[in-house]
Design a protein around this ligand. Structure first.
Ligand SMILES: Nc1ncnc2c1ncn2[C@@H]1O[C@H](COP(=O)(O)OP(=O)(O)O)[C@@H](O)[C@H]1O
Ligand SMILES: [Mg+2]
Length: 366
């Protein structure tokens, strides 16, 4: 009974047959299990496809003596949402919402549903709005208008990840140039001589998904390396926001995205900035980045609902202007391993469990 009273369920995507499922992020969940056991919190991984509301039981996996064993347990009191939006989201959305609305279950954080939703919240902040690129819902008419005015724009899927589907459209001498990544994240470049041709191609590329439109920003170094700053902010064991770590992701020269999944690499922030910007500008950039990392999480939470951690993608243009590019509620942790920041890496894994412990105390306390 005591054990059951302290269970953290990690909601994840399972692949394979229902009898022999497998899941990603195993090493992360292994560490969460280890930290959980030190704090007296049992960690179980489950998928929304094996939740039974009648018996209030879930089938999941628990790490017992180094082996992930299949188990059936009562609903966990706490849920850590690592369910990345995938092709089955429509099917599982009602189940996830039912779990979120269950009075006996607390989600460490409620997932953000996409770039457009986040933009519309953040734009209401008098302070944060200065860091937001002007963002509009994509339409062919707006694309034409903005291209005529700005020369180059970015279109990207509202619910995209890893840089997939991010495309720069530019007006050039011989017509139009498309450069970016396909829906399955392959880099491509294409010249299109006519406006009609462009619109037909864009219609094909955007079919079936919702897109947003932004000005194309020069988010690269003066010698053409695309990069962005990834900040991980998390709740700690006192329920307060803290910045766990920061790193720079650098893409390939011929790319417009800097995501690790698209071939980018992670490097240390201070080293990178000082190599590419003058000293005073570096200080200014660092100051703004720290300020936005402090202001954004509580503002977003106030207008969205509980959050446990955020990966904030910050762009810096050739002038040194800082831009909020994306806020992710299911951030990865690979950057800290790549830059060998062991401290940030450890904290990044320990904090979700410490926050879970804090929430359990709060529940018991009242
Ligand atoms: N408005 C923009 N101007 C220039 N580059 C951009 C713009 N928006 C995104 N990018 C580039 O594309 C990358 C991926 O965009 P992002 O919005 O973070 O989508 P994803 O969810 O696919 O990571 C960014 O990290 C940045 O390198
Ligand atoms: Mg991103």
């Amino acid at each position: 009974m005591r054990n059951q009273a302290k269970t953290l369920g990690i909601m994840a995507i399972f692949k394979g047959s229902p009898n022999q499922p497998t899941f990603r992020e195993k090493s992360y969940y292994t560490t969460l299990t280890r930290i959980g056991s030190k704090l007296g919190i049992r960690v179980v991984v489950f998928s929304p496809r094996q939740v039974d509301f009648t018996s209030r039981m879930v089938i999941g996996f628990e790490l017992i003596e180094r082996v992930w064993k299949r188990i059936k347990i009562p609903f966990p009191q706490l849920i850590y949402d690592r369910y990345f939006m995938g092709p089955h989201i429509a099917k599982y959305k009602p189940i996830i919402e039912r779990l979120q609305n269950d009075p006996q279950i607390t989600f460490l954080g409620h997932g953000l549903s996409g770039k457009w939703q986040v933009y519309n919240i953040l734009i209401k902040s008098d302070i944060l709005q200065k860091w937001l690129p002007h963002t509009q819902l994509f339409s062919p008419t707006l694309l034409e208008k903005n291209l005529a005015e700005q020369g180059a724009v970015i279109i990207k899927p509202m619910a995209g990840t890893h840089g997939s589907g991010v495309i720069r459209v530019s007006s050039v001498n011989k017509g139009y140039e498309l450069m970016g990544r396909t829906q399955d994240n392959k880099p491509f470049t294409r010249m299109i001589p006519t406006k009609e041709g462009l619109l037909t191609r864009i219609q094909k590329l955007t079919a079936g998904r919702k897109y947003i439109l932004q000005p194309y920003l020069s988010l690269h170094t003066t010698d053409g390396l695309p990069f962005d700053i990834r900040i991980l902010v998390q709740k700690n064991g006192q329920g307060n926001w803290t910045t766990t770590g920061k790193a720079v992701r650098v893409g390939k020269k011929e790319s417009i995205t800097s995501n690790l999944h698209g071939g980018g690499i992670a490097v240390r922030l201070e080293d990178f900035l000082s190599q590419h910007y003058p000293h005073n500008l570096c200080k200014e950039i660092a100051k703004e980045v720290n300020l936005l990392a402090q202001l954004l999480p509580p503002f977003l939470e106030e207008n969205h609902g509980r959050l446990v951690e955020l990966g904030i993608d910050v762009g810096v243009d050739t002038q040194g202007h800082v831009w909020i590019i994306e806020v992710n509620s299911r951030p990865g942790r690979t950057v800290f391993r790549q830059i060998e920041d062991g401290n940030a890496r450890l904290r990044s894994v320990a904090l979700p469990v410490k926050y879970a412990e804090y929430l359990l105390k709060e529940r018991i306390g009242g």
